[in-house]
Design a protein around this ligand. Structure first.
Ligand code: TXE
Length: 478
């Protein structure tokens, strides 16, 4: 059991009011750490630390900052197993998933942005009698607020481009999953990153997150989390004209056409539905299946889901949900779905597990059919291991169902006819669509959603643009 501290201006710092939260392992219920219950006063100190460091950091050539990103990436790679174990302990997710996704991507995020900036062409616009040169300057201090589902993966996705572009950052991780943010704090400290470039303040969203959003010296906020919280973040940032990037919830459709290769599609649709226990904003939580293959697809899909192991995160396909409270929220949707006329084909119950996992927040993956596409459980984000099945007769009907939600983040289409797949993909009102795959990521592409899934895009040069202010200089011979 560890008591961790904030990292402010290069110093390990206790919360000013001396209060701490307990951090638990959701798979066993055991207390694993104490984290600062910081307040606005701690945020204020951290922002001051960032402001102090920013002029010198921002004045470095971007190539020098890219070298810092490479050294952070190397340090994260060296601690990959530790990251996987910590992330699994903090979130309840399978260790194998934490290694393959969270740990690998956290290091890659730093490596990728260091490489990207080296390949970026200068931004020049020639006129017949003048030359326009676009210079990108840092915003200054950026506030990075991250959720509990992919803690270091999403924190590194924001920190890397933000500091690369010359900003100093104040990070506010989720109080539910602080440990790998603390590991990043150790890494940047041990790497000798100048004090104040990366500051990490632990605490609640209402006390710390909100203070960061409203701090007048924070010029940009990058937020990933729930739509309702995103609304209050936007309300806090708007009057101060801050740059704002919101990556929020999703209720994504997986569309399976009659000609899909089921050998590939069934595992693909199950992975899209249940990766990280369904706690990924990109998850395919609605499964739309063409009527012509419904009778073949459904029993095979249910059998596949039933065969997924659940329990000890060290060895199972599915681990625990992030908390008992979140499990209760997900269970309430399984009940609601049945009240709305759904039939649970499998899952939705608490598995019987041996100690110490008998007190973990586990929930068997649920497959539910018979719901009207506009029912609450088929349109609201559940963010857990629950997928609803919906038949469709033709592509127009599939699109009508897919688009009938307040969200617009992601989706996938499975068909042997790539032209048909692309046509359907273009018809879905969303930010990202995969065809015959899911979560197949090229980090250069725009990442983000529309409607209640957020505002703006990050990823590749979109991140570099978000975390900088362009100045255009038009040069004409005297
Ligand atoms: O998100 P929150 P949570 C969805 C999912 C989940 C719901 C709640 O539906 O059930 O969001 O999850 C900080 N001002 N997603 O509780 O509350 C908070 O401390 C500033 C989708 O994690 O949005 C945390 O660090 N900050 C999402 C971060 O915001 C505030 C992934 C996210 O917390 C704040 C996770 C405030 N007023 C959840 N209130 C995705 N898109 O992947 C809280 N925070």
């Amino acid at each position: 059991m560890r008591r961790i501290a904030n990292l402010i201006a290069g110093k390990w710092t206790a919360p000013q009011d001396g209060k701490y939260f307990d951090d638990h392992n959701p798979a066993t219920g055991e207390k694993i750490a104490e984290i600062p219950s910081s307040t606005a006063a701690d945020i204020k100190t951290a922002v001051a630390g960032a402001q102090m460091a920013q002029p010198e950091w921002g004045a470095l050539p971007v190539e020098e900052r890219a070298v810092w990103l490479d050294s952070i990436a190397s340090a994260l790679e060296a601690r990959s197993d530790e990251i996987a174990e910590l992330e699994s302990r903090d979130t309840g997710k399978p260790v194998a998933l934490a290694r393959a996704v969270d740990a690998a991507r956290s290091a890659l995020n730093f490596r990728f942005f260091a490489e990207l900036v080296r390949e970026l062409p200068d931004e020049l616009y020639k006129m017949k009698d003048a030359l326009n040169v676009v210079v990108r300057k840092p915003v200054g201090v950026a506030g990075l607020i991250t959720p509990w589902n992919l803690p270091l993966y999403l924190l590194s996705w924001k920190v890397a481009p933000a500091i690369l572009m010359g900003n100093c950052v104040v990070c506010k991780p989720s109080r539910l999953t602080p440990l790998t943010a603390n590991l990043l704090a150790e890494v940047v400290t041990e790497a000798g990153l100048p004090p104040g470039v990366v500051n990490i303040v632990h605490g609640s969203g209402s006390k710390c997150g909100q203070a960061l959003v409203e701090h007048p010296a924070v010029g940009a906020i990058s937020f990933t989390g729930g739509t309702s919280t995103g609304r209050s973040v936007a309300a806090g940032a708007a009057p101060l004209f801050k740059k704002l990037s919101l990556e929020l919830g999703g209720k994504n459709a997986t569309i399976v056409c009659g000609d899909a290769d089921l050998e590939k599609t069934i595992p693909g649709a199950a992975r899209a539905a249940f990766m990280n226990q369904g706690q990924v904003c990109l998850c395919g939580s609605r499964l739309l299946v063409e009527r012509s293959i419904w009778d073949e697809f459904v029993p095979r899909f249910v059998a596949y889901v039933k065969a997924m192991s659940i329990g000890d995160p060290a060895s199972c396909d599915l681990g625990a949900l992030v908390s008992q409270e979140h499990r209760k929220k997900v269970e309430s949707y399984v009940v609601l779905a049945q009240e709305e006329g759904g039939t649970v084909l499998c899952g939705g119950e608490r598995p019987t597990l041996e100690p110490p996992f008998d007190s973990g927040a586990f929930l068997e993956p649920a497959v539910i059919e018979g719901l009207a596409p506009d029912s609450r459980s088929a349109t609201e984000e559940i963010f857990g291991p629950v997928v609803t099945l919906h038949p469709f007769e033709n592509d127009d009907e599939a699109l009508a169902i897919a688009n009938n939600t307040e969200y617009g983040l992601a989706g996938s289409v499975w068909t042997r006819d790539l032209e048909r797949g692309r046509r359907i993909a273009e018809g879905i009102d969303t930010g990202m669509v995969w065809v015959n795959c899911w979560l197949h990521r090229d980090l250069r592409v725009p990442f983000g959603g529309i409607k209640n899934s957020g505002v703006g895009r990050e990823g590749g040069r979109y991140s570099l643009e978000f975390f900088s202010e362009p100045t255009n200089i038009c040069l004409m011979e005297a």
